[in-house]
Design a protein around this ligand. Sequence first.
Ligand code: GTP
Length: 357
Amino acid sequence: MSKLKAVLLVGGLGTRLKPLTDYMPKSIVPLLNRPVLEHTLAYLKHYGVEDVILTLNYLPEMIQAYFGDGKRCGVNLTYCIEKEPLGTAGAVKNAAAYLDSSFYVLNGDLFTDMDLRHMLVFHRARKAAATISLTWVENPSAFGVVETDADRRVKAFIEKPPPGTATTNWINAGTYILEPEVLEHIPDGQPYMFERGLFPALLDMGKPVYGYEYRGYWLDMGRPETYFSLNMDLLNRKINSPLLQEIKDNGIYYGKDVTVHPAAEVKGPVVIGEGSRIGRGVRITGPAVIGRECCLEDGVNLENAVIWDRVSIGAGSRLSHCIIGSDAAIGRNSNIADCVMNAGRTVTLPVPGANGA
Ligand code: GTP
């Protein structure tokens, strides 16, 4: 089977993920101490996709500085940078010069282990112009619902149906396979979306658009609470990332040069990044992630937390169900729970709802 390219939509402002994306594009946000995008590239490579086009508009230079030509992630990267956001379909149109055969498109903020090769077999068997991955949710009213017939040909798209009115629970899961000819139907140089623009237009033209149902793990990590859940799910091995093959049940993973005081207690699953120091009498109860060069002073009690890089936590502090952004300095005897702190801002961290996770 020929190798397909993938276009990754990583350009958005990450508005829903704020304050974590105040000074950082969503794709660089760390997941178990590696940028989200690195996990996605490993996922693509796992399914044989090695040519990846990144469509960017928010802080592109940070992404380029980290990923360069992609070689160290084992892929070839091409960057398509938008001066102004072009929307999901407009961003792909902007990359049209690189697309001359069937290709994948992925929303940059989703996490799944869906089998891309199997999706391609489905797409080709039906000679589809576009195949849209679908995932089943309990309450579809916050999503774009996709109605299909018995052969999975799409009959209708319904955006955010009012509660109780949805005719199906299958929603657009944000991974597509497209034939290059559909690009002709996307206007040049102006904002245009797949969900509200291209896909309904293809249906109106009678083009073969199909829905590929997937029942496995799928999560939109675009909100702090779903981002938090994703960290927990990776640690609890509810989902695997090809980048984290070594994670085992309740394992404890130390980066290089981590110092743990003999009188500290660490209960997995826990990942602690390079150069971090864990003081006397500290208790860490997983699932938890601690970034690089963090310092947990004596007697800190931390559970179910995601701590980014260079965070210092003063002696005797207690932290639970929280995300702490890089470079935070938390004073002694602080009590921090159910919140996100980043770049001087603190907001509540809600418990994810049934549809969020
Ligand atoms: P943000 O949280 O602000 O990123 O938007 P969103 O996730 O609510 O947007 P949406 O679900 O519509 O976007 C799906 C994916 O496409 C996300 O990964 C976005 O970052 C990305 N995206 C959205 N708009 C654009 C755009 O104008 N250009 C590019 N290149 N990507 C986009």
